[in-house]
Design a protein around this ligand. Sequence first.
Ligand code: TRP
Length: 363
Amino acid sequence: MKKIILTGDRPTGRLHLGHYVGSLRRRVELQNSGEFDDIFVMIADAQALTDNADNPEKVRQNVIEVALDYLSVGLDPEKTTIFIQTQVPELCELAFYYMNLVSVSRVQRNPTVKTEIKMRNFEQSIPVGFFCYPVSQASDITAFKATTVPVGEDQAPMIELTREIVNRFNHIYGPTLVEPEILLPSNAACMRLPGTDGKAKMSKSLGNCIYLSDSSKEVKKKVNSMYTDPEHLTIDSPGHLEGNCPFIYLDAFSCDEHFERYLPDYKNLQELKDHYTRGGVGDGTVKKLLYNVIEEELVPIRERRKMYEQNIPLVYEILRQGSEKARETAAKTLDEVRNAMKINYFGDAALIEEQAARYRSGK
Ligand code: TRP
């Protein structure tokens, strides 16, 4: 069986380090691993509209921001099909069929949807489209026969629902769809990178993000103002690692070579952590290391972004070609789905003959 990846993001803001360690970095590795027959990365503008119906302009602006972020982290349009969800209308059609295979209470139990309903104050009045987005996500995944969906843990309920829909569909209509597997980030710190305030995960509304498009100056400022350990009052006092942002970020970003380059007094992160907990390491030292480590990662990303920013029509052309290819792929699956559901009235000669025979025999 072919190995196919599908994943994507809602274009509601620029992408940040949380996205980077949680998914983008992995996608580039997967892209370059040569292990996959096809990789689709989708800008989920239709899904973004499910909770931004009154602000389409925000979605429209962020389609290009996210595209720039994708290209600048190293997604290569030669190897990865980058496309825009609304440009593949087959996805809506498929979602409409899937809606019959899912109960309202099943969606209501989805913990991610529950949290989002609270966060968006939708308790009083949930938009139907928003409520159905997990179903639409199942169509995004299955339209491409994706076997592998690299996403953060908050997306696990969507993949679970997708698997249920696939099973249900195949059971009712015959084997047609492929059951996808989730691929979670490998390192715990990457699963849920906290914001610079140490509180929740990075989120635009909390203003605690470091963006991929931030300048060196902005990164320095944000790293220096990170939440550490409020009890670590002097360099010599013992420090705590729990909830200490710079250390959590180092868990996600650093490797032994970084110590050689930027802080050769220590062999690796464990040595630095041990010294910090004993007392004797200032937060400034840790932050300076972290700044260097983040910058090393962001410099090439920033450079590529600058190049693409100077050629926006090319970026749209990449998206157009990607969307065309995505549409061809989804259309093939939709043909199979319609055949399986026997709603391909005009293209299925056997079906027409079956009906003709029925009426000939007078039944
Ligand atoms: N729900 C994802 C997000 O919030 C975006 C998304 C839409 C997606 N369809 C998808 C992710 C299919 C993976 C697979 O960013």
